[in-house]
Write a protein that binds this ligand. Structure first.
Ligand SMILES: Cc1cc2nc3c(=O)[nH]c(=O)nc-3n(C[C@H](O)[C@H](O)[C@H](O)COP(=O)(O)OP(=O)(O)OC[C@H]3O[C@@H](n4cnc5c(N)ncnc54)[C@H](O)[C@@H]3O)c2cc1C
Length: 281
């Protein structure tokens, strides 16, 4: 899709032609199970897929052995430790809801996702977080490519059918702006989302570059889809709780997009701990 800004005179008496959208010029690139649209545009904006990185090296068997050593202190049953006793012991601990034992081990994960998802993640309180700051990061700077990055929502397909929709064409009244005119265009749901992103980016850049506002002031116009990074550390009990809530069908689809594959990865890496948590697919 090509978007072109047709005027750069936002203050001229009130009639600003904002964007013209032309029919799609899309290329697709296979990333994982879905195809990511690479939008070609003159203004620039990175569109990324949500993903995760497990930050610490994980030796699942070593973790289980440690947990068994700690847990058996409760029963003074250390003499029962064998080369392969740990997984069954931990399964028993979890079945009897003696979960404080598994709090002794933690895992750190980085999520690269949108700010809607991290807003939900940080509601989990038994946690440590470090998150990319929209107060201190200035996306108009070269190290960010002088552009914002956004996360592609999995539910708006770039290949979906278009409909004729009214698109704001001209704006009136600088002192109290309103949409003065609409033009009918054929857009699909992805196009509409993308136009919202472009407008947000335009407002952010204009506040910083033209009006010399700070990133912490200009961030007011940034979208929920803004890409963010958050480093999360939970102990294993909290990870279990998190997965139970956040892989459920009641959880947000963009949350599940991350948590279901992350749970699968954890199950592979660490035996026993997550066996009883079944993601609703
Ligand atoms: C499907 C879904 C929909 C949601 N919708 C909304 C919504 O509309 N609005 C909204 O505001 N939130 C919503 N939430 C967030 C939700 O209310 C919780 O804030 C969030 O899931 C964190 O869960 P938590 O409090 O169990 O866990 P954590 O903070 O991860 O805590 C883990 C556990 O520790 C214990 N615990 C932690 N702190 C305390 C405490 N202060 N007192 C007593 N026990 C404590 C509890 O047993 C808790 O379950 C939603 C969550 C889900 C999964």
């Amino acid at each position: 899709m090509i978007f072109m800004r047709t005027s750069n005179q936002p203050s001229v008496d009130n009639l600003l032609l904002l964007f013209y959208a032309f029919p799609a010029e899309k290329s697709t690139q296979q990333t994982g199970t879905r195809s990511l649209t690479i939008a070609k545009q003159e203004d620039g904006m990175k569109i990324l897929r949500a993903h995760f990185v497990i930050e610490n090296e994980i030796n699942g068997k070593a973790i289980l052995r440690q947990l068994e050593r700690y847990g058996r202190v409760c029963y003074k049953s250390e003499e029962k430790i064998t080369d392969d006793s740990a997984a069954d012991f931990i399964r028993g601990i979890i079945a009897s809801k003696h979960e404080s034992v598994i709090e002794h081990e933690k895992i750190t994960v980085r999520l690269i996702c949108d700010r809607g998802v991290t807003h939900e993640v940080v509601r989990h309180r038994i946690a440590s977080y470090s998150q990319e700051s929209t107060r201190y990061c200035n996306y108009t700077k070269g190290k960010f490519g002088s552009e914002i990055s956004v996360i592609e929502p999995l539910f708006f397909s770039p290949l979906s059918d278009t409909q004729e929709v009214p698109v704001p064409l001209r704006w009136g009244q600088r002192t109290q702006p309103y949409i003065a005119d609409y033009a009918p265009m054929h857009l699909n749901e992805f196009d509409v989302w993308f136009m919202g992103m472009l407008f947000a980016e335009w407002a952010y850049e204009t506040l910083i570059n033209t009006f010399k506002r700070s990133p912490q002031e200009a961030r007011t116009v940034l979208p929920n889809s803004l890409k963010t990074e958050i480093v999360i550390t939970y102990n294993l009990r909290e990870w279990r709780h998190f997965f139970k809530l956040r892989t459920s069908k009641k959880a947000h689809p963009q949350m599940r997009e991350l948590t279901i594959p992350l749970l699968k990865k954890f199950k592979k890496m660490i035996p026993a701990i997550f066996d009883d948590i079944i993601a609703e697919e």
